[in-house]
Design a protein around this ligand. Structure first.
Ligand code: ADP
Length: 160
């Protein structure tokens, strides 16, 4: 049987403890998870792509079956290019469900056989969102409690 490969796609601006939880739980089901940071050259990110890749690498330094890549364009096409049969996503609430339900159907139409696997968020992390983390960071608050890495330590280590 071929290796079970999943893409965990998102903007990850920034990657949070909620995201980490989905990847760690998902890693029991798949041989390999590729965290795919989707980006659009027309759209400005808050946390630079290279910095976020380093933060994610640092987080999973102890987990050899998790890697991180960036991609542009359709998630389903990135999955096909990587030989992934699955998309992994997290579900926090009914708003996430409405969106995930539609996008999963579309992704399967774009690439036949591409299955979306949804994991219910761990309750103690369900309130965390990248938007909220960005908002409080912007106003100078420490956001370490929401992140699985220290932003300042990664910046210093990788010279960002
Ligand atoms: P997108 O821009 O595609 O919504 P995000 O980076 O916001 O990407 O999120 C990527 C995935 O992680 C989505 O499936 C989202 O539902 C999930 N997610 C976001 N925050 C959490 C959290 N706190 N707990 C679990 N899953 C989460």
């Amino acid at each position: 049987m071929s290796a079970r490969i999943a893409i965990f796609p998102g903007s990850f601006d920034p990657f949070t403890r909620g995201h980490e939880d989905i990847v760690r739980r998902g890693s029991h089901f798949f041989d390999h998870i590729i965290i795919g940071i989707g980006h659009n050259s027309q759209k400005q990110r808050f946390f630079p792509l290279e910095l976020m890749m380093d933060c994610i690498r640092e987080t999973f330094a102890d987990t050899p079956n998790v890697s991180v890549e960036t991609f542009q364009g359709l998630t389903a096409l990135f999955a096909r290019q990587k030989g992934a049969q699955f998309l992994l996503r997290g579900l926090r609430n009914t708003t996430d469900f409405e969106y995930e339900n539609s996008i999963a159907q579309v992704n399967k139409q774009v690439v036949a056989g591409l299955e979306t696997v949804l994991l219910i968020t761990s309750p103690h992390l369900a309130y965390i969102s990248s938007t909220i983390v960005r908002d409080i960071y912007r106003y100078g608050q420490n956001v370490d409690a929401y992140l699985p890495y220290s932003l300042e330590a990664v910046k210093a280590k990788y010279g960002h």
